[in-house]
Design a protein around this ligand. Structure first.
Ligand SMILES: C[S@@+](CC[C@H](N)C(=O)[O-])C[C@H]1O[C@@H](n2cnc3c(N)ncnc32)[C@H](O)[C@@H]1O
Length: 296
């Protein structure tokens, strides 16, 4: 299983890795964008990659074990400054490609996909710490109104209330521990026309749980702040978001940074995938890329 990097050419165009001494990919995953950056950057530049998923970092580490310019770290980009401090004081290019990858969806075994039958974890960490929030903890432990709230907020789910109610009713009979158990509860909670609509009725609930489990919006806000702190003069920051709340966070952050005279937003409107890319890689359909250049 591979992950096709989204907006690949656009990322390299905005990041300009041909010039600079240090590059940071805050969401390295399978290294789709990372390989492009490494190939294009000067021979004496360094590349730092971060990902929360140890399986992905281990995989890429094996590939680059002989390349002294490459450092790959398991970590959360919300701690970006602390993580990167030992490698470089500042970076000439920083990339965030948010959310989950196709590899995690298909191969992680952690319950990201409603099409598989897997334990309900949804943690980006492949080895979650003891006591870590998981999707199972949320659906079996949170109150009905808290569940409904995240389904509405992070999933924009129209049937947030009935789904939350059905989850709480079902768990009284038996703990919900697998993706398929949750899918059945959702299917029974929504009207028939929604069950057979364009989108699988579990899509939005799964998205909402993933965002909540990984505290994605908070991590993004902290990650962007950290990135701005370590962005070198003239350095470039590129962020790809897949969710409207994420994109709004990015948009507002870059606008405020420009207002504070830290630099200039390079994308008046977000850059989106061309039709050909959407056709070959449906994941790119909702991608929005924004870029920023730090003042010299
Ligand atoms: C869409 S994938 C990146 C794909 C990569 N650009 C490529 O082309 O192969 C997003 C990755 O970000 C990671 N991730 C999500 N939130 C993170 C966080 N807060 N800190 C570090 N990594 C994170 C996920 O584990 C996932 O591997």
């Amino acid at each position: 299983m591979n992950h096709a990097p989204v907006l690949y050419d656009e990322v390299l165009r905005f990041l300009k890795p041909e010039t600079g001494r240090a590059f940071l990919d805050a969401t390295t995953d399978g290294g789709g964008h990372a390989r492009g950056i490494m190939e294009a950057m000067p021979r004496d530049a360094i590349f730092v990659g971060i990902d929360r998923d140890k399986t992905m970092v281990d995989r890429l580490s094996r590939e680059f074990s002989n390349d002294g310019r490459v450092r790959l770290i398991v970590g959360n980009f919300r701690d970006l400054q602390q993580i990167t401090r030992r490698f470089a004081d500042s970076f000439d290019g920083i990339l965030f490609d948010l959310g989950m990858s196709s590899i995690q969806l298909e191969d992680s075994g952690r319950g990201f996909s409603f099409q598989k039958d897997e334990p309900l974890l949804m943690t980006y960490e492949s080895e979650p710490e003891e006591g870590r929030e998981t999707a199972a903890v949320i659906v079996n432990g949170w109150t009905e109104s808290d569940i409904a709230e995240i389904l509405k907020k992070y999933g924009e789910e129209r049937f947030a209330r009935p789904i939350a109610r059905a989850i709480v009713t079902a768990r009284k009979q038996k703990r919900i521990t697998t993706t398929q158990e949750l899918v059945r509860v959702i299917e029974e909670a929504v009207p028939a026309r929604y069950r057979h609509g364009r989108l699988h009725p579990a899509t939005r609930t799964f998205q909402a749980l993933r965002i909540a489990v990984n505290d994605e919006l908070e991590a993004l806000a902290k990650g962007l702040e950290g990135a701005m702190t370590v962005l070198a003069p003239g350095g470039r920051l590129v962020v790809i978001a897949f969710h409207s709340l994420e994109d709004r966070t990015v948009k507002n952050f870059l606008r405020d940074s420009a207002r504070d005279n830290k630099g200039v937003v390079l994308t008046k409107k977000p850059v989106v995938a061309l039709e050909a890319e959407v056709r070959s890689n449906p994941r790119s359909r909702s991608a929005k890329l924004r870029a920023f250049i730090r003042n010299p």
